[in-house]
Ligand binder design. Structure first.
Ligand code: AMP
Length: 269
């Protein structure tokens, strides 16, 4: 595996590669990330992973500062996954003259997390666009764990980069149901168990919630009892109606964002 810190060196190294699978990450690598690397290894000639903690997409300084950083272990896990290139750029390499504040993205960015994290998705699209312009991958692998992010990026990439395809990857979960996330490492064992209870409770009641046989308010009250400090939202969304062209068939998912202590977790079920 080649590790690159420099944008120009990376561009030179991959200029002849026509079939790169790209997986952008913010590090603290776990099995969820690794499932994306594996998919790319199967589908593409070369796999390129980046680790870049994009400070502009954080709404709170503390969240950025406490975001897990476990570099050495990350490198070894990525190497073991047979990744060809690992790109670890600095902030200056990605933003030589600061972020793009005028970026226009899909209006779905104003819903769900967008309501609670103003400017977050604009910054995500900005940074991924910058990586695409460096790498020009054939495929980009994104996890359904961050479903809203996936839809917004998919929409942006479809419109702007017709030759690049977005590969959707299923959410990988712990045995107890909790979706793997870098932020889970900030939870105590007890908090992790509580987070898994949130998933299991929603999952068991999914169809009743969707068919409105159980009131969302009741679900909120129940979830709070699992030691959750705050719920930003819990919403049922017809995912076939969020980005154009709309599909006629209805397909519902339940989206949730909540806090355990200071740690914000999201899921979709
Ligand atoms: P992150 O490092 O959290 O920015 O995630 C990098 C990529 O991995 C994103 O496309 C995420 O959606 C994806 N990802 C994160 N957690 C999981 C998971 N549990 N299962 C599948 N994909 C995931």
């Amino acid at each position: 595996m080649k590790i690159l810190l420099n944008k120009k060196q990376l561009i030179k190294l991959i200029e002849k590669e026509k079939n790169i699978g790209f997986i952008p990450t913010m590090g603290a690598i776990h099995k969820g990330h690794i499932s994306l690397f594996k998919k790319s290894n199967i589908q593409c000639k070369k796999t390129l992973v980046s680790i870049f903690i994009n400070k502009y997409q954080f709404n709170k300084k503390k969240d950025y500062k406490t975001y897990p950083r476990i570099n050495k272990k990350d490198v070894s896990l990525i190497k073991k996954s047979n990744v060809d290139y690992l790109f670890l750029p600095t902030n200056k390499q990605i933003y030589p003259s600061g972020p793009n504040k005028k970026i226009k993205i899909n209006p779905f960015s104003k819903k769900l997390c967008g309501k609670y994290r103003p400017g977050h998705f604009e910054s995500v699209v900005d940074v991924i666009d910058r990586f695409i312009k460096i790498i020009y991958p054939k495929k980009i692998y994104l996890g359904e764990k961050d479903f809203q992010q996936l839809k917004i990026l998919e929409d942006h990439i479809k419109k702007k980069y017709k030759k690049i395809s977005v590969v959707r990857c299923k959410t990988i979960r712990e045995k107890n149901g909790l979706a793997l996330s870098s932020r889970n490492s900030l939870l105590s064992k007890k908090e992790e168990t509580n987070a898994s209870k949130v998933y299991n409770f929603i999952n068991i009641n999914k169809y009743k919630i969707i068919k409105k046989k159980i009131d969302i308010k009741f679900i909120r009250r129940k979830i709070i009892q699992f030691g959750i400090s705050k719920i930003d939202y819990i919403e049922v969304v017809n995912i076939n109606k969020i980005t154009k062209p709309f599909k006629k068939k209805k397909k519902f998912k339940i989206f949730i964002a909540y806090y355990i202590g200071d740690v914000r977790l999201i899921d979709n079920i």
